[in-house]
Design a protein around this ligand. Structure first.
Ligand SMILES: NC(=O)c1ccc[n+]([C@@H]2O[C@H](COP(=O)([O-])OP(=O)(O)OC[C@H]3O[C@@H](n4cnc5c(N)ncnc54)[C@H](O)[C@@H]3O)[C@@H](O)[C@H]2O)c1
Length: 250
């Protein structure tokens, strides 16, 4: 590791999940101090290679305005600044065609995947350091339509609109906004979703077949792309969408 985030303070939401965990560990290895947030507090204990000095684990719900304000207070109290915000917490919804989609699943998706990101932009971005970087986890479903999880695709398109708008809004303060768009990542989320299909094994095979580079995408692949946006290597990149999909969309 090369210390590409040395001296920087990064918040990661959904840090107990597959992508969040891989990114937290990568950020720590690159010299950042990390505030790891998740509603699954127990899961945050899995973060490796941290010390009491460089990691603050916080239980929080990204859909709560109160929790977002508490997060801001806790992070600034502990580390004095926020340079990087990785808005990554998300839920996957269910595999249903539009007419059969349950309204409670629709509401939950919009609440976590869209409002959760917006609250961080509204309350935390204004307090980020000049030259900071805000990264959102969208999905390849934020770039294309999908027949069986329309509300998820809608939520992941919505955050691109928020990201591009915030990129303009915060440009005078030199805070950059970008989004990462993972393809099908080997993860608990994918495992849960695949079970919703009539033939999970066939879906799994088809999913792997759609990845033209010929191997599963793993959380570390996403962490690498997030690191690029978080680091000064991308200091003139803002408002961009980057698919990490092994060529799925080609
Ligand atoms: N796994 C994939 O194939 C895939 C593909 C494209 C995009 N994504 C996106 O990547 C992001 C991370 O997903 P993952 O694959 O690591 O899934 P995951 O389920 O392993 O992790 C998601 C994490 O978010 C947390 N979370 C959910 N709702 C929350 C809330 N309201 N407040 C705080 N924390 C909350 C969960 O507790 C969990 O730890 C999500 O936004 C997801 O939509 C995943």
């Amino acid at each position: 590791m090369t210390g590409r985030l040395k001296g920087k303070v990064a918040v990661i939401t959904g840090a107990a999940g597959n992508i969040g965990l891989a990114t937290a560990e990568r950020f720590l290895a690159e010299g950042a101090s990390v505030i790891a947030v998740d509603r699954n507090t127990e899961g945050l204990k899995a973060i490796k290679n941290s010390t009491a000095d460089n990691l603050l684990a916080i239980s929080g719900d990204v859909t709560s305005e109160t929790d977002t304000l508490s997060l801001l207070e806790a992070a600034t109290k502990r580390f004095g600044r926020i340079d990087i915000f990785f808005a990554n917490a998300g839920v996957e919804g269910v595999i249903r065609h539009v007419p059969d989609y349950p309204m409670d699943a629709y509401d939950r998706i919009m609440e976590v995947n869209v409002k959760g990101v917006f609250l961080a932009m509204k309350h935390i971005a204004p307090h980020m350091s000049e030259g900071g970087s805000f990264i959102v986890t969208s999905s390849i479903m934020g770039l294309i339509g999908v027949p069986v999880n329309g509300p998820y695709a809608a939520s992941k398109h919505a955050v691109v609109g928020l990201m591009k708008s915030a990129a303009i809004d915060f440009a005078p303060r030199k805070i950059r906004f970008n989004s990462v768009h993972p393809g099908l990542v080997q993860s608990e989320m994918f495992n849960r979703l695949v079970q919703d299909y009539e033939d999970p094994e066939a879906k799994r095979k088809a999913a792997l077949g759609s990845i033209k580079l010929g191997r599963w995408i793993v959380p570390a692949d996403i962490a690498n792309a997030v690191l690029f946006f978080a680091s000064d290597d991308s200091s003139m990149v803002s408002g961009q969408t980057l698919a990490i999909d092994g060529g799925q969309l080609l």
